[in-house]
Design a protein around this ligand. Structure first.
Ligand SMILES: C[S@@+](CC[C@H](N)C(=O)[O-])C[C@H]1O[C@@H](n2cnc3c(N)ncnc32)[C@H](O)[C@@H]1O
Length: 461
């Protein structure tokens, strides 16, 4: 029921109301009634008006079906009421109220800065549409030039855009909690209609699997094929890949791949056992297997993820490389474990316990990226201790977390609704405290952009 919904009508030539509406349907209503208004069933209510916020939103006639000292219930006799109108009225009122509060609580310069970003996007779209019209007359042009065109535009337009986002990141630090929440709805409604042309921005915002950083989005960071609505959408895909944290997602893959390579090249007996935690598409394993020539020890790759579709994609690609490139001759096994951090920390079933005690025991390397960014500090600390316990002596933990980054964090937080827990080197290193037995080494490793930091721990011999 919308608030401030009332009714007025005439009964026996006397004006009655306003009375508060307490229930409403397409065919009738209930309203509070003063004790002296004794309306018997069958009484005709003429000139009935439904009023919201002082405005008449529906008129007709009604007949009383129930009367008591506190309430009357009546049925419409003229026509049924269209409840959609009412819902629209209520949401419009709500929107106006939010808009008013946004104007009051968000500084004018802040709103202007969001409008500037929108203008930049509008300009880019207009340019792209012009170009597309020109290409209609010359279909040969598209294939050769798109990547070069986007790179050139990123150098000029992109620089302006990323700087504008970074300025908003700085300005937003002064907003209190309520203003930040109003700012998020403001920025989303201003920018999302344009950014939605791009497959990456759109997927992050719409979260088809229930969260933003899904395996498919990760794949889209790596692809050379731009996807989106028209040239503008494809250009925004290249913009998404080149936010600083977009480049970080690609750069951190190199760190994980190098850790896998080093583990596989290590001296020792028996198979090398590697756990990719929250493996997603496991791009680093695809590339490692693509590049490796031979292996001195058998390798067991264990991919753990809560998302079956991520496993399907990773398993398909890893098997393809093993069969097509190595003709099945490389001593590598791939096992996908469908499980979650919660199941690891609180195993409920015999299967959960078997995963911990058998599948994940005696590991040479446990690595992860794109997971700790979602885990609060106490959960992350518990998980780190558990993972450390799964390592063999001399085994290695490599756990990545993104740092807050001006040109990306604002878009994720304010526009895409993709909130991460960014860590600093101190808060990440703190997760490696209190490990038992004390590690041989506890350090921070960085990717090439410096924005993904890894807690890098080696267990004692
Ligand atoms: C941002 S992606 C990162 C994938 C990959 N590690 C990378 O760096 O590209 C996060 C992955 O973690 C998985 N994930 C998220 N929360 C999880 C949880 N609580 N337990 C297991 N997997 C989880 C998601 O399904 C997704 O595949």
């Amino acid at each position: 029921m919308p608030p401030d919904l009332e009714c007025r009508f005439r009964f026996d030539g006397i004006e009655v109301g306003p009375l508060a509406i307490v229930d409403l349907s397409a065919t009738g209503f209930a309203a509070t009634a003063p004790a002296e208004l004794a309306l018997a069933p069958g009484s005709i209510l003429e000139g009935f008006h439904l009023v919201m916020g002082g405005q008449v939103i529906w008129s007709g006639d009604a007949a009383v079906v129930h009367g008591s000292p506190e309430r009357i219930g009546a049925r419409f006799t003229s026509s049924v009421l269209d409840l959609h109108h009412m819902r629209l009225g209520a949401t419009i009122d709500e929107r106006i109220a939010v808009h008013r509060e946004q104007r009051e609580r968000l500084p004018a310069e802040w709103r202007a800065a969001v409008a500037d970003v929108r203008q930049l996007l509008e300009d880019a779209r207009a340019e792209m549409e012009d170009l597309e019209r020109a290409e209609l007359h010359d279909p040969m042009r598209r294939a050769d030039g798109e990547a070069h065109l986007f790179a050139a535009l990123r150098a000029r337009w992109g620089r302006e855009y990323y700087e504008a986002i970074a300025r908003l990141h700085e300005m937003s630090k002064t907003l209190d909690e309520r203003a930040a929440s109003l700012g998020k709805s403001y920025a989303t409604s201003m920018l999302m209609p344009l950014l939605a042309a791009c497959t990456m921005h759109r997927r992050a915002y719409e979260k088809p699997l229930g969260y933003a950083g899904d395996y498919r989005l990760m794949e889209l960071y790596f692809t050379r094929e731009f996807a989106g609505e028209g040239l503008f959408g494809r250009f925004l895909h290249s913009i998404a890949q080149n936010y600083t944290l977009g480049r970080t997602v690609v750069a951190r893959e190199v760190v994980m791949r190098e850790a896998v390579r080093a583990a596989c090249a290590s001296e020792g007996e028996g198979p090398v056992r590697i756990l990719a935690l929250a493996a997603g598409p496991a791009i680093e394993l695809r590339r490692f297997l693509r590049d490796v020539r031979d292996l001195r020890r058998p390798v067991e790759l264990i991919l753990l993820d809560q998302e079956p579709a991520a496993h399907e994609s990773a398993h398909r690609e890893l098997t393809r490389v093993l069969l097509e490139q190595h003709r099945g001759m490389l001593p590598v096994s791939v096992k996908c474990v469908h499980s979650s951090v919660r199941q690891l920390l609180k195993p409920q079933t015999p299967e959960d316990r078997a995963v911990l005690e058998e599948t994940l025991s005696g590991l040479d390397l446990v690595y992860s990226a794109g997971l700790y960014d979602y885990l609060p500090q106490p959960v992350a600390a518990l998980l780190t201790r558990l993972l450390y316990g799964l390592l063999k002596p001399t085994g290695r933990l490599l756990l990545g977390n993104l740092k807050e980054t001006p040109d990306t964090t604002w878009i994720m937080d304010y526009v895409l609704g993709w909130t991460l827990l960014y860590r600093t080197e101190e808060t990440l290193l703190a997760l490696g405290e209190k490990l038992s037995p004390p590690p041989l080494q506890r350090d921070i490793t960085r990717d090439a952009t410096g924005e993904c930091i890894f807690l890098d721990v080696t267990k004692e011999a």
